[in-house]
Design a protein around this ligand. Sequence first.
Ligand SMILES: C[S@@+](CC[C@H](N)C(=O)[O-])C[C@H]1O[C@@H](n2cnc3c(N)ncnc32)[C@H](O)[C@@H]1O
Length: 311
Amino acid sequence: MTDTTMPDKPSHASADAADQADAETSGLLGAADIRRIAADAGVTPTKKFGQNFVIDPGTVRRIARTAEIGADDQVMEVGPGLGSLTLALLETGAAVTAVEIDPPLAERLPHTIAERMPQATERFAVINRDALKVTPDDTPALAQSESFTLVANLPYNVATPIIITLLERYPNLSSFVVMVQKEVADRLCAKPGSKIYGTPSVKLQWFGEAERAGVIGRNVFWPAPNVDSALVKFTRTHTDLTDDDVAARKRTFALVDAAFAQRRKTLHAALKKTVPASAFETAGIDATLRGETLTIDRFAALAAAVEADAS
Ligand SMILES: C[S@@+](CC[C@H](N)C(=O)[O-])C[C@H]1O[C@@H](n2cnc3c(N)ncnc32)[C@H](O)[C@@H]1O
């Protein structure tokens, strides 16, 4: 099989080739396996759930390696699908809790793990749930661990809401590596002042630091999507510990949403219903700037100034 991954930095080529060779003898899934399991389970990939399954063992190995996980680590996988990435995560020795929205896929997955990697079944659990609705009560192994990593090939249409919701809901979600549409990856990692800086970029800054970790071509998927994908690697640096922290985040995010709803306008014009001139002064922010130039810290300072003004 050809090497379809294109690293941002030229370092993975020989490791990818080695992965490819190893995968032939491991429990990982290739294209023929994926098609056979889908046929057995009566599954036809659906756009509704963003179902593009990875058919290349080298790619899933690369994702697991980027996440730097190993034995004793707890991992959440959103959207395990037919199990390509799940098996690569289990291969590292990590414990995996998978959250899958589509009932036939969630039902089939334990059988696939038992067939391909029987030694890993005790470290694996799957729940049939929408990741936007999952709570720590649904995932005891993750809730009880000091920290865990999210690793996922996310459904493209809901990738950003899933990331932000899980960071809000799980204070112990300490890092993630996700594969998303390349444009979404660029937006998540964008810096203030760039054209693509927007609500996903600024909200993610609240929780930590994101970086692009390589581009992945469309021919590693079945069916092949119309767009390229990219990996985003994220490290959490901030956790909302108190109700006051959570309230401050909500106020800040509301300002971010309002500022970017009219991103061509100045902050003064976009926020005139909610932010008085005095609050701009208190926060030391020039109201003639546009929201797209502000870091999350500046938005937080403005939200705090509005709150102080009101009390
Ligand atoms: C891009 S596919 C990835 C499948 C698999 N991880 C792979 O790499 O081959 C996205 C997966 O997410 C699932 N999915 C879509 N929306 C979801 C949601 N809201 N919550 C949980 N899973 C979801 C889909 O059913 C599908 O299995």
